[in-house]
Structure formats: structure tokens, C-alpha cells
Design a binder for this molecule. Structure first.
Ligand SMILES: *Cc1c(COP(=O)(O)O)cnc(C)c1O
Length: 344
């Protein structure tokens, strides 16, 4: 059995989750008639204190629908240079929203209201119209670092003053909530739209939710259909998502705890040159190039039963519900052993 630290997307549904899937009442969701999909959407909307929610096949789709909702062709979205919507969604900002993007270099994984303000275009015919700010929490490429509500509030204020919409890529928002001891309802008040993944650390096999005002979600249904994301008896998947929201949120603290233990050990390893601050379930670290190249390091891990990916010039580990204390011990041992490995 592999120890798989490549991503929290590798999680498999638990027996109890599978049971919930088997028991799910079903209908045709394109007609709005799948009771399990409706139950998930209503539960999530209420959890966040938002008007409505839409169940979609992926987080890429929920983000891309949000971009389409907020942006007209030629408009500009402001986001972090590290943002998933910019780096990992196949150019969707251009492809789906026909929009322009202004990238900001975050400071320790966070963009500030001052940086945003400095990047809002003046109303001059030469410039794209700045229409949207998109944040990501937790920020994957910065090592799962998270904004706190109080850091987001001034950004919300600025967006309201300047008439900008605000979207959150909250693929791992529940990790941030658990790490900061915050509530989903606090986020519902801050953002126009929120995307959350059910298939990451929450452990559902498929699916993401887009949350927002009724008016937005009504339009989002049409965009989802146009993207080919209208699903029929999707209730079995929705039931897994609902199970995840009810049972797999508080346990994220365990993933964070295990990630912290790995980071603690890595900090003592001579071959590690840098570790990004570990606040949630992601560990991104760099290696001294005279010791290990990231690809070689991942090869050596693989020979010892551990899967990990080279990432952003270093290596990334992601902890999740398929990674337990026994596996943690094994990983810590292997990381220690690699300290003494001498490459030919
Ligand atoms: C995984 C992820 C997404 C998109 O998820 P998919 O379901 O794989 O399309 C979006 N944003 C972030 C930050 C992610 O980590």
C-alpha cells in the first residue's frame, strides 16, 4: 500500500460515506428534481448564511462559472500571481470569461488592500474595466497558508467602496476555518461568490459547490449547463458531499497536526533549504541542490513506498484523511533515513 502525499484529492470515500451514497434518494437534477442534490445545496447555503448553492463536478468549474458571472469580455480580474484560477485552470480566465487578468505578488501568501487599490484601473478608455477581485484561501501555491477573516475585511471594504465583486476560491476553505477557529457564516457575509471543494480534504469522491445570491446561482445554473456540467442523478455524489460536510470538517485538525509534525522534522534535516510556513495540511519545501533535485528526492521516496510530487521548484506533501499516524511514523523515519543517503 502506497503512502500517498501527492494531494488531498487522492482520498477515497469511507464505508460510511459509501453507505450514505447508496441510500441517497435520486431524481433528475437538470430538472432540479434530485432530492439529495437539493439537500446538499440547501445545507451548504445555510451553513454559509448565503442565499443559494450549486453543486458542480469540479472546483475548476465553480471558479470558472464565477468568473463568467462577474466578468464581461474585456474586463479585468485582480488575483494573486500564485492563484489557482490563473495557474491551473487551463487559461480559463481567457477561455471562458474572455477577460484580462492583473496579477499581484502576494506578501507571505497574502495580497493586501493597498496592493489591490494600486491595481484598480482608472476609468480611461485605454484600460480594461477592473470588475472583480479573486482571493484563494487556503493558498495552495504558497503552501496552504490562510487568510484570517480580519485580514479579508479591509479587502471587502475596498471592493464595496470601489464597486468590485469579490470571489473566493475556497477549494480548501474548511482547512482555513478549522485552522483559524472561524465559522463558514463569517465568510458568507464577506464574498459575493464562494467556491468550495468537497473532493479535497473533505474526502468526497467528486464535486464542488458555488455559493452566492439567488440571482447569481440562477445564472450559474445556465452557465454550468453550457459548460456541460448539468448532471442527472447526481444525488449519489451529492450525498457523499453532504456526508463530508457533516462528518469530515472537524477532523481536518488531525491533518494539520500531522503536517506540522512533518514540517518540524524537515526543519531539522540538512537537505532541506526552506520550508514555507505550514498552517494547514500542505507542506512545501525546497532542497539544497547539491543534495537532492526534487525529482530525485521524489524517486527516493517512491522506492520507500511514499508518493509525493515535485512542486514549485521544491516538493509538496499534502496530508488528508487517508493518511494516519502509522503512515506518519513511516514518513518521519524515511525522511530521517534520507538525511544519511549518499548519492553516487
Ligand atoms: C483543487 C483546486 C481547485 C479546483 O479543483 P478541481 O476540482 O480539481 O477542478 C481550485 N482551486 C484550488 C486552490 C484547488 O486546490
Amino acid at each position: 500500500m502506497w503512502i500517498d502525499l501527492r494531494s488531498d484529492t487522492v482520498t477515497l470515500p469511507t464505508p460510511a460515506m459509501k453507505q450514505a451514497m447508496l441510500n441517497a434518494p435520486l431524481g433528475d437534477d437538470v430538472y432540479g428534481e434530485d432530492p439529495s442534490v437539493n439537500a446538499l445545496q440547501e445545507y451548504a447555503a445555510e451553513l454559509f448564511g448565503m442565499e443559494a448553492a450549486l453543486f458542480c463536478p469540479s472546483g475548476t468549474m465553480t471558479n470558472q462559472i464565477a468568473l463568467r458571472l462577474h466578468l464581461q469580455p474585456g474586463d479585468e480580474v485582480i488575483c494573486d500571481r500564485l492563484a489557482h484560477i490563473y495557474n491551473y485552470e487551463c487559461g480559463g480566465i481567457a477561455l471562458n470569461a474572455h477577460a484580462s487578468v492583473r496579477l499581484i505578488d502576494s506578501i507571505n501568501g497574502k495580497i493586501t488592500p493597498e496592493q489591490i487599490a494600486a491595481n484598480i484601473n482608472p476609468s480611461d478608455v485605454h484600460y480594461p474595466i477592473t470588475r472583480l477581485v479573486a482571493l484563494e484561501n487556503t493558498l495552495n501555491k504558497a503552501g496552504g497558508i490562510c487568510y484570517k477573516v480580519k485580514e479579508i475585511e479591509p479587502i471587502v471594504q475596498l471592493c464595496r467602496q470601489r464597486g468590485l465583486a469579490l470571489h473566493l476560491d475556497g477549494a480548501r476553505l474548511f482547512n482555513a476555518l478549522v485552522a483559524n477557529g472561524e465559522q463558514p457564516s463569517q465568510y458568507g457575509q464577506l464574498f459575493d461568490t464562494i467556491s468550495v471543494c468537497l473532493s479535497k480534504g473533505l474526502g468526497a469522491p467528486v464535486g464542488s459547490l458555488l455559493l452566492g445570491k439567488k440571482e447569481h446561482i440562477h445564472k450559474a445554473r445556465r452557465i454550468r449547463k453550457a459548460m456541460g456540467g448539468g448532471m442527472r442523478q447526481a444525488g449519489m455524489l451529492a450525498a457523499a458531499g453532504l456526508y463530508a460536510l457533516k462528518h469530515h470538517v472537524t477532523r481536518l485538525a488531525e491533518d494539520h497536526h500531522r503536517a506540522a509534525k512533518i514540517a518540524h522534522l524537515l526543519a531539522q534535516c540538512d537537505y532541506v533549504s526552506e520550508i514555507l510556513p505550514v498552517e494547514t495540511n500542505i507542506i512545501v519545501f525546497k532542497l539544497h541542490s547539491q543534495r537532492y533535485q526534487p525529482e530525485v528526492f521524489c524517486q527516493l521516496l517512491k522506492q520507500r513506498g511514499i508518493l509525493a510530487n515535485p512542486f514549485a521548484g521544491g516538493v509538496r506533501f499534502v496530508t488528508h484523511l487517508g493518511f494516519d499516524d502509522l503512515q506518519l511514523e513511516k514518513v518521519l523515519n524515511v525522511l530521517k533515513v534520507l538525511e544519511n543517503e549518499h548519492l553516487a
